[in-house]
Design a protein around this ligand. Structure first.
Ligand SMILES: Cc1ncc(COP(=O)(O)O)c(C=O)c1O
Length: 392
């Protein structure tokens, strides 16, 4: 099929809810993608946060192939081995007593956390969230999201969400009412522009939750699975959330969402109170197991920390050179370069030179390469960024 024909089909037959880049990809391996014309790209934003192992990791491909040849689907009223193994493996990584609810996306995982909060609250239902947060596009997740631009046109929203300034503990304290049941946050706001929660803020939230019997919900949809240098970002803050959610890269490219809840509250979701037909099916669970094992076997948490520090230093060197760079923010391999001008032209210049990155919040270049990225690939990306920044 020719590109022009394909673009026409998209125009005629697909809901236009995405801002599209005119690229058609046909192949991926590690940190590289190839388009339909055979051009090779270095992908420093693989799969919008899905590609923590890069594209088509061999162990993930093997696991999927093997499972597909045996049994593709088992509904959740029965049992299957891959789901049990994945739940156990996730618990190995938390080292704490959490139970797992399986869904299919980040938004669904957050919906599960919101619903469990309401069960726990027994009449208390308000959840405090944060300005510039992002929790997904389903109606409750959208209502939790602290960005008006995503909510416009969809009123009335689900009631019971209040957004307050991020990293402002006094604002949170002032927002607590006798109806508050939970506080929900991303430890690094991704869509909001790579804003990192301070340790004092997060410790303060935990104390506030303990004092008022509130649940602390951490949305790890983007920060989880090694992105920040630990399996879950909360492990770097010396706190334990009551619930946390995972999605994106856990499935190695297949759709998955996970809500992890402390055992004491998880059992409130009794039989029949919440469900997902596809959640935690055998194929995606095998893929997720392969992802977690590859992270361990290839020592990717340490690699992400080291590579993140290396990339951050290189980006700060660019800052010293380019007046358009206001600030570099990073935790592990979750990096943001805030510009003084809109980032779209820089992203386009990078694409032209064979580097894929993202721009969020208008002015923040979001750079999140695969955890197994090499120094050589980082050097190449920084070189392209340097040229792109210099040329505009
Ligand atoms: C922090 C966070 N939460 C939730 C979501 C929603 O995930 P999904 O698109 O899988 O529903 C996203 C997606 O970008 C996200 O970044």
């Amino acid at each position: 099929m020719k590109k022009e024909e394909l673009f026409q089909i998209y125009k005629d037959c697909i809901v236009p809810s995405y801002t599209k880049v005119p690229l058609v990809f046909v192949k991926g391996k590690g940190s590289y993608l190839w388009d339909i014309d055979g051009k090779k790209y270095l992908d420093f934003f693989p799969g919008w946060g899905v590609g923590n192992l890069g594209h088509c990791h061999s162990k993930v491909m093997c696991a999927i192939r093997d499972q597909v040849s045996k049994l593709i689907f088992v509904p959740n009223n029965y049992h299957h081995i891959a789901q049990a193994k994945l739940a156990k493996e996730l618990n190995f990584w938390t080292q704490k007593p959490y139970k797992v609810f399986f869904a299919n996306s980040g938004a669904e995982a957050n919906e599960a956390a919101i619903k469990l909060s309401r069960k726990f609250g027994q009449g208390r239902f308000e959840i405090i969230t944060f300005i510039d947060s992002f929790h997904g596009r389903t109606l409750a997740a959208l209502s939790a999201t602290g960005q008006k631009k995503y909510q416009e046109g969809f009123a009335p929203l689900v009631q019971g969400f209040t957004s307050v300034p991020f990293n402002d503990l006094n604002a949170v304290k002032a927002a607590v009412t006798d109806k508050t049941v939970a506080i929900m946050l991303e430890l690094v706001q991704g869509e909001g522009g790579i804003n990192i929660a301070t340790p004092e803020f997060v410790k303060g939230l935990r104390e506030l939750c303990d004092k008022h019997k509130l649940l602390l919900i951490v949305d790890e949809v983007q920060t989880g699975i090694g992105r920040t240098g630990t399996m879950f970002a909360w492990q770097q803050y010396g706190i334990e959330p009551d619930m946390f959610t995972l999605a994106k890269s856990l499935g190695g490219g297949l759709p998955i969402g996970v809500m992890m809840a402390k055992t004491a509250i998880s059992d409130m979701l009794t039989a029949g109170t919440h469900a997902s037909t596809f959640g935690g099916g055998p194929v995606v669970c095998r893929a997720a197991l392969a992802v977690l094992r590859a992270i361990q076997k290839e020592k990717l948490l340490k690699h992400a920390k080291d590579s993140g520090a290396y990339l951050c230093e290189a980006l700060n060197n660019l800052k010293a050179k380019h007046v358009h760079i206001k600030e570099v923010r990073a935790m592990g391999l979750m990096c943001g370069v805030e510009l003084t001008v809109p980032g779209k032209p820089f992203v386009e210049a990078c694409i032209h030179k064979g580097l894929l990155i993202n721009c969020t919040h208008d002015r923040v270049l979001r750079i999140m390469p695969a955890l197994n990225v090499t120094r050589g690939q980082i050097n190449k990306a920084v070189e392209i960024l340097d040229t792109a920044l210099g040329s505009l």
